[in-house]
Design a protein around this ligand. Structure first.
Ligand code: CTP
Length: 403
């Protein structure tokens, strides 16, 4: 999954020959999962048709303040467009459009939208090499970047004039990559490695039976998604679940038993910055696993169980700089038990769920948590969706890491 997935991208097209490449750009943004709207300068429609772009973006393309398609709407609102967008990408950005942006000129819808946009603005210059080198263009680049806009540099190569030099708009693939990397680079967990355990473990009794639990894995998967969206590289070690997650920054390691989870967690932990054990690991497993299916007879069946390894405690015992987080699901003396686990397992933070709170726990889509840190500072949260809970947990971790 691209970091652009779910983002609302407003593409502004000004009148350069590179405008023909914007059809591919719209396709790539949509392939990345973004919702795309297009605003064009009136002159740019000579280079690429609004019909092409509205077909590809599945939204009407706007080119003027006057709304010809919907007279009841009277005008195309630059303010609305500017507020709609999470990102405004101006590609190609011609010398003329950049000069107007730099000077606050506002004689078309694209420029009015630029002036009212509150989101990050990227611009990809495109022009002939002498125009590109002209001091007034250099001045526009500087002014626009001083305003906080982000320039996607032009490249060198053959230009529409036949001349060879700097001024070619970056290729659509490179524009997408540039924006993805720029967003990622500014995310708070960029460059960090996060390891998460999730789901139940199954402890084999014989080839067809196991001891398991009702953990859905949802909390762990939400944590993994949140960490990836905050820019982290995530390893998600998961027991058998129905959850799915497709994100280019999440590496899912499927495991079955507590022993598998222990081994995989130790493989990745050394190279991890933040580890969160959200799995409901079985505390006991059958001492002997029958090689053949156990046949029933008239007598009762007794299984001898032995303890599994405690993954979280074993990580706490070897941790150096890692920030280690555990979960505690309790039914009584909740705070006391959670504080005990925090100390015993050498954690930086524990997430307490009480089964006494309606909507908290294993199978539901919601959770109600209390966070307790190593200084025993306690923060209580309301009942929320597991996605919101994941965000709360990472907000707390980020605050502690930056404190
Ligand atoms: N945990 C683990 N490996 C185990 C058991 C637990 O990693 N074999 C982790 C869980 O992922 C969770 C935390 O330890 O983050 C708390 O687990 P829990 O079973 O509630 O705690 P225990 O210490 O086993 O205590 P008890 O069962 O008595 O409540």
């Amino acid at each position: 999954m691209s970091i652009l997935s779910g983002k609302k991208i407003l593409l502004g097209i000004s009148a350069g020959i590179a405008a023909y490449k914007t059809a591919s750009l719209v396709r790539l943004f949509i392939k990345a999962g973004a919702d795309v709207k297009v605003v064009m300068t009136p002159a740019s429609i000579d280079f690429v048709t609004p019909l092409t772009l509205s077909t590809l973006s599945k939204h009407p393309v706007v080119t003027s303040f006057y709304n010809e398609e919907d007279e009841s709407a009277v005008w195309n609102s630059h303010v609305e467009l500017g507020l709609w967008a999470d990102l405004f990408v101006i590609a190609p950005a011609t010398a003329n459009t950049m000069s107007k942006m730099a000077n606050g000129t506002c004689d078309n819808l694209l420029l009015a939208t630029y002036l009212s946009a509150k989101c990050p603005v990227y611009f990809a210059p495109a022009m002939d090499l002498d125009m590109y080198k002209h001091p007034s263009t250099a001045q526009s680049f500087k002014t626009l970047q001083d305003f906080g806009n982000i320039m996607i540099p032009a490249t060198s190569g053959e230009l529409a004039s036949g001349l060879v030099g700097e001024g070619r708009m970056a290729e659509p693939e490179d524009i997408v990559l540039f924006i993805e990397n720029h967003i990622l680079g500014n995310l708070p967990l960029y460059g960090k490695k996060v390891m998460i355990t999730a789901g139940p473990t199954y402890e084999a009794i014989d080839p067809v039976r196991f001891i398991g639990n009702h953990s859905s894995g949802k909390m762990g998967f939400e944590l993994a998604k949140t960490a990836a969206n905050l820019g982290a590289e995530v390893t998600l070690i998961s027991g058998p679940t129905n959850q799915s997650l497709q994100h280019s920054a999440v590496n899912i390691i499927p495991i079955i038993s507590a022993q598998d989870m222990y081994e995989q967690a130790h493989l990745y932990f050394k190279d991890t910055d933040i580890a969160i054990c959200a799995a409901a690991v079985a505390d006991y497993k059958p001492k002997e696993v029958a090689l053949q299916k156990i046949k029933k007879d008239d007598s009762a069946l007794t299984l001898e169980l032995e303890k599994t390894k405690d993954v979280l405690a074993s990580l706490g015992a070897i941790k150096s700089d890692q920030f280690l987080v555990g979960f505690a699901l309790e039914t009584n003396n909740e705070l006391e038990h959670a504080k005990g686990k925090l100390k015993r397992k050498n954690l930086d933070l524990i997430v307490l769920n009480s089964l006494n709170d309606a909507g908290a726990g294993f199978k539901s889509n919601t959770n109600k948590i209390t966070l307790i840190d190593a200084q025993e500072c306690i923060t209580e949260f309301n009942l929320k969706s597991k996605a919101e809970v994941a965000q709360d947990i990472f907000n707390d971790i980020l605050n502690k890491l930056h404190a």
